[in-house]
Design a protein around this ligand. Structure first.
Ligand code: COA
Length: 255
């Protein structure tokens, strides 16, 4: 099945060799995620889980850009409407946790905000050597999302997680590999082939054994879902503050 991205639908889904490739195609906005894109991603994960053809999901971005995170204009709109993170975002985050089939990501270039935190839900992450990971939540007057306040310390240790989530420091691809957030760093030309090969390799494994192994490794889902909801409450409160709205306005009005 191929669902090419249209201008109104900036995520494409292509299934080949048992891999469902979910590609972000909003390059002119650095693949910043809109509500519609979250819906497409949730739908792709849910329908891929139901489809016997699909054995693995693979997230890819575009040349030099994985994702610049949530669309900041949407943050402005949601903040003004007191709407919080938005139901499409929350649905996507919950789907990331409940998806049964393995999640693989190939990151080339910038991965900011949810573009970085969604990777903490992936089972395998490959990154090009020009990639970096950054979550400027606090600088925007916000708090972490996607259960990253739980998953980042587990993955990176307290201090590295704090420098990422609170200080807003960038992690380079090499640092992320050293910390265990990335499996392998490669050059950008080879990145997609390597990520595809890993996803296809997973697709050839005995499904039931693979999915059970994954479930055991990932452990308790309830605490992750609970943290997503806790963070979302704080996120909503912060989204509406003057500090956050001023930070968004500064970004949108930059020369
Ligand atoms: N939301 C909405 N639009 C975004 C965006 C985002 N998260 N990130 C980038 N864009 C838009 C820019 O507004 C710009 O749009 P325009 O061409 O209509 O002016 C376009 O994408 C290109 O971005 P630009 O900032 O010109 O590119 P750059 O190479 O100089 O910088 C980034 C790239 C990603 C470093 C920078 O855009 C950025 O910091 N984005 C915000 C990241 C962020 O804070 N995300 C939220 C985390 S919670």
């Amino acid at each position: 099945m191929n669902t090419p991205a249209t201008p109104a639908q900036e995520v494409s889904v292509n299934i080949a060799d048992h891999v469902s490739v979910i590609r972000f195609e909003r390059e002119h906005k650095k693949n910043a995620f809109t509500g519609q894109m979250y819906d497409c991603m949730s739908e792709a994960l849910q329908s891929g889980d139901q489809d016997e053809e699909v054995r693995c999901h693979l997230f890819l971005g575009s040349d030099g850009v994985f994702s610049a995170g949530n669309d900041i204009q949407d943050f402005i709109d949601h903040g003004l409407q007191q709407g919080g993170l938005g139901k499409e975002v929350l649905q996507f985050l919950r789907t990331l946790v409940t998806t049964e089939k393995p999640l693989v990501a190939g990151v080339d270039g910038l991965a900011i905000g949810i573009g970085a935190t969604m990777l903490m839900h992936c089972d395998l992450v490959y990154a090009s050597d020009r990639s970096f990971f950054q979550t400027p939540f606090v600088d925007l007057g916000l708090v972490p999302e996607a259960a990253s306040s739980l998953l980042a310390p587990r993955l990176l240790g307290h201090q590295k997680a704090f420098s990422l989530l609170a200080l807003g420091e960038r992690l380079t691809a090499e640092e992320a590999e050293r910390c265990g957030m990335v499996n392998k760093v490669t050059n950008s030309e080879d990145l997609e082939n390597i990520a595809q090969a890993a996803a296809q390799n997973l697709g050839r494994k005995p499904m039931s054994a693979l999915q059970t192994t994954r479930k055991l490794i990932r452990g308790d889902r309830a605490s992750i879902l609970e943290r997503i909801d806790q963070e979302a409450e704080h996120f909503s409160t912060h989204l509406a503050t003057k500090e956050a709205q001023n930070a968004f306005a500064r970004f949108m009005n930059k020369p």
